[in-house]
Design a binder for this molecule. Structure first.
Ligand code: DGL
Length: 249
């Protein structure tokens, strides 16, 4: 099977990492719109337009499935992608909510963090409430995106940024990492909130979803990874080598 994975930039490689580990696909075609990242600060119309342009690129590869790894795309452009694609399109929000349902009780406090576009879409809130979660806090944390892009994953700047966003919030039992970049801050988040706080990661959530909801089985073969970017593909390949320890075409 051939999967197409779309993200606004390099962050979706956190989802690719989980896909590689689970070995669901023979081939993974990744496109990061690095020339136009971030999407999380853009409005719906722009995110939809960029996403439909990416879809045109993916059509050349005739994928079996498109994974919108970007939460901002999943929040704003999933319907439009599905209307225009000739193959199934899955986003990361529903899988994230289903993963929360598996690991947390409805009354337990959940914090959802993401870009401004993702949080303001209300998509996580709608789906979490449908699943019976009632103790919800939402916080846009856009400064985490450039920190991760800069490779600043721990230390005083990360600590100060977390204080800035979290100092007034109720202590969560679970945190949904509603942005591709945030799994790289897992260590910092765990040391801030404590080891008992459950972190829900889009990459792991989508792998559970592919297996449970779409009945996709592991192949036991290493997938071939092909990386494309709208700007500086060499940077994407370098980040992939660092984050995934995986070589690509
Ligand atoms: N990939 C984006 C997301 O998951 C984060 C970066 C951006 O703002 O484009 O929402």
């Amino acid at each position: 099977m051939r999967a197409a994975v779309f993200d606004s930039g390099v962050g979706g490689l956190t989802v690719v990492k989980s896909l590689i580990e689970h070995r669901f696909f023979d081939e993974i075609i990744y496109f990061g719109d690095t020339a136009r990242v971030p999407y999380g600060t853009k409005d719906k119309n722009t995110i939809v337009r960029y996403s439909l342009e990416a879809l045109e690129f993916f059509k050349n590869f005739d994928p079996d499935l498109l994974i919108a790894a970007c939460n901002s795309v999943s929040a704003h452009a999933l319907e439009e992608l599905r209307e225009s694609a000739t193959f199934p399109v899955v986003g990361v929000i529903e899988p994230g909510v289903l993963a929360a349902k598996e690991r947390l009780e409805g009354h337990e406090p959940i914090l959802v963090i993401g870009t401004k576009a993702t949080i303001s879409s209300g998509q996580y809130e709608e789906l979490l409430r449908q699943e019976g979660f009632c103790n919800l806090t939402f916080q846009a944390t856009p400064l985490f995106v450039p920190l991760v892009e800069e490779g600043i994953l721990t230390g005083p700047i990360v600590q100060a940024t977390m204080d800035h966003y979290f100092h007034n919030l109720p202590h969560p039992k679970g945190i949904i990492l509603g942005c591709t970049h945030f799994p790289l801050l897992q260590e910092a988040l765990t040391s801030y909130f404590g080891p008992e706080t459950i972190l829900i990661h889009s990459g792991e959530a989508i792998c559970d979803y592919l297996h449970q909801a779409l009945a996709i089985e592991p192949t036991n073969r290493q997938p071939e990874l092909k990386l494309f970017a709208s700007e500086s593909p060499e940077k994407l390949k370098r980040v992939a080598r660092e984050w995934l320890r995986y070589s690509s075409r």
